[in-house]
Structures are given as structure tokens and as C-alpha cells.
Design a protein around this ligand. Sequence first.
Ligand code: SF4
Length: 496
Amino acid sequence: MKVKMILPALAEAESPFWRPIKYSLFPPLGLATLAAYLSPDDEIDLQDQHVEALNLDDNPDLVIIQVYITNAYRAYSIAEAYRKKGAYVILGGLHVTSLPDEAAAHADTIFLGPGEDTFPQFLKDFKNKSPQKVYSSSVRTLDHIPPIRRDLIKRNRYLVPNSIVVTRGCPHHCNFCYKDAFYEGGRSFYTQAVDDALAEIERLPGKHLYFLDDHLLGNTRFATNLFDGMKGMNRVFQGAATIDSILRGTLIEKAAEAGLRSLFVGFETFSPANLKQSNKKQNLEKDYIKAVNRLHSLGIMINGSFVFGLDDDDKDVFQRTVDWGVKNGITTSTYHILTPYPGTGLYKDMERQGRILTNNWDLYDTRNVVYQTKNLTADELKNGYHSAYKDFYSWNNIIKASRSHDSLKHQLKHFFYSGGWKKFEAVWNFLIKTKNLNSMLPVLESILAKVHNKKGVIDSTVNYTHNEFSAFTNATPSESKFEATYPLPILEERVT
Ligand code: SF4
């Protein structure tokens, strides 16, 4: 059987402000995970429109398309084109799960929720010529899932080909997040067996890993065993976790020992009223600065996520947020305009209040204002959002934030990581065009090298070599938790 798997490009990936590097970070892991259930005899063509031109002139038997909100219209038109040619088309992903009726009009079959239990069932039914119109996931387990078909991934086109997901979902319930909608009808947070996760890590070449889990520290027992197992593997890794998990117990120390070097943290807002509006209880009354200092003392860089436009925000929120990040040495900041995704509690609240201004999904990219604001006008919100990015990533602020760290090594790491990510667009574009992005991985690994955890002491066991410094000065950058990137774990999206 000929199978085509497609991740269509997000609408914002083609805007004039598109930074191609933002969309060339992670491979389509969700599709590669589903591919593992296909037969070894199947001829599979996996295409990611973010890194290659789509070839739509083929005639596959089965087409599988992953749908996010801002690629939905494009996904539907690709689906229609293939259906006209006689292919059987299935759609799955966050947007399909949120709006099944909309998606079903463009597909032979749709998938709701994660696909590990339903996709194998579909394949059996398809073989027996009796596929159903809708498959809705209810059995949630990662036991005995086959190894991801990483051979289908064009590794050289991505900065971070070693992305990995060892859990699904998250224990929290923020009302702007897709998580609850996507996992409705079953468990919404579960993990792989530790041994399976470690085996998957072993299969990945090189040193660097990026855990795309929504909350890598969400299950203390699992994370403890995982980090214990990773000790001695000589890995450096990045991931995401919540403030409360950073402050609780000693899990974060174990993570640092296992190789954690940068963490995506959802601060979102400093306002208790905004946290309540968002149902982000895990951040309420938590000492953000204590969490930041704890990470820095372990040599872990921080990518802070912040949301603008919650009802308690005023005109000063942008400057306050930037100043706080600079003062506290946040390495990279990801700013979002509040976006009520369909299917979420936030969308329902806004709809009830008559505040949804448009259902043009292309605008739901966290850079546009799609709802009626309260204390800010839409223009103030949009302009403030753009000025926050500009301010935070000014050279002046990059240098200032870098100098807030105690050790010289951490200062340098911060400087190259943040500056490199935002200031060397031409270099990134050249590497993407020449399909050499992956050649930057050693530089990223160097920047993620260990910093000694004693105040003011540089780790003498991991010194930069002359060549590494030369590479840096030749304008070789690295990444961050990559702003509002959509990392694409199995039919899933991070909004933390
Ligand atoms: S926003 Fe982050 S912490 Fe909140 S529910 Fe979603 S994944 Fe969990």
C-alpha cells in the first residue's frame, strides 16, 4: 500500500515576518509515531511542508494529514485534492479533535484524541474494507508501542532531529490550553514505561535531546527513574516544566545531573487575577524568582513563556514583563497574545460573553487579537506584544540579562544562545536553504555544556575549546525553547 503522510505548513510560516528557523526545529514526530503501525511492506512518503515543497502529484492509496488550527484550511484543500484523485484521506490532530464536524466534511475518516489505540484499529478495518467515519480514542496507554519510524525523518533539515516525547498530556488544566479538549474521554496524563523511554533515548544518535513533553516533571516517580537511568548516558537535554515542579522536592537537581540544560517555563502572567482567569492554579502564590534562581544555580537556562491580553492586563504589562525577564536573566522569552482556541474552556467563556471577534482560524496564531479585549484596545495589545519582543531581544537587554548570571560561563552561554537565536537570521536562512541546519547541532551542544553549580565558579571540567569559541565568534548561534513553536508530539500541540 502507498501511504502519504503530510504536515501542511502553518499559515504564519508563510507570512512576511516568517522566521524560517522557527519552523525547521522539530520533525513531525506524531506522524512518524503513527507510521510505526504500518506494515514494513507499505511504501511511506512523509512530508513536512515547513522544510520541503509538497509533492502532490502522486497517487497514494491512503493519505494521513495532521491538522493544527492555522494549517486547517490548507489541510482541507490538500485533503480534497487527494479525495478527488480517489485516495482515502484521514485527518487527525488538535484542530480535528476540537472541531470534528468541520474536519469531517473534508475527510473519509477523522481521528479524535491521540492515535495510539485507534490507528491500529483503523488499519485493521481499512484492510477489511470497513473503516469507520470517526475513531475516538479512549484507551490511553503507551505500553508496547512500536519504535517511532525515525528512518522517515529527513534529519539534516532540522536543527533538533532528536526530539522525543515520553509522556502524554499534563496533570494541570489551564483554561487556554488544548490539553483537556484533546484528551477528553480518557486519561489526560500518562507516561511510557521508564525502560521503554530509556531504550528510545539509546536509539537516538549524538548527545542532544529535546523532550517535547508538556510537563517533563509532571510525574515525580517516572521522572526520578528516568533521570536516574539517564545518568552516565552523557546527554544534554532541554524540556518543559511548571514552576511548582521546579520548587518542589529535589527532582530538578536530578534532572540537572542527568543533563538538563534549558527549561521552558510557563510563567504566563504576574497577576493573581489573570492566573485565576486562566485556571493556572499551579502558578498561584508561587515565588517565580525563587524558581528562576534555583534553575540558574543548577546552570539551567530558562525560556519563559508569557501571555498578554488577559483581563487584568493594562498598558504597562509589556514593559513590566520585559524588565522582569531581563533583570532575572531569562535567556529567551516567548510572548503570546492570548488566543481562545476552539474546544478550550477559554473559548467557551469568551463565546458565552460574546467576545469572539472572528472564526478565521488563520488568525489564531497567538500574534493576532481575535477576541474583544478588556483593559487594552486591540491595537495596544498588538503593538505592545511586538514592542516586547523588540525590547527583550535588543542587544542592550541581551547583554544586560547575560550579565545577571554569577559565572562567566553562564553569562557566555546566555549571550550566545539568546543572541544567536534572534540575531543571525541570515545564517539560519542560509543553512536551511543549503539543507545543512543539522550541522549546527555540535554548536548547540557546546552552548548547552555544563555550568558548575557553585556561585561564581566556572566548571573547569567542561571548558570551551578554541574552536568552539571561534565558531561562536563566527556568528554561529543556537536556539531557545524556540518561542511559540508547535512541537508536534503525537497529534498534539504545546501551549504552555
Ligand atoms: S498550559 Fe501547560 S501546564 Fe497548563 S494544562 Fe497546558 S500543558 Fe499543562
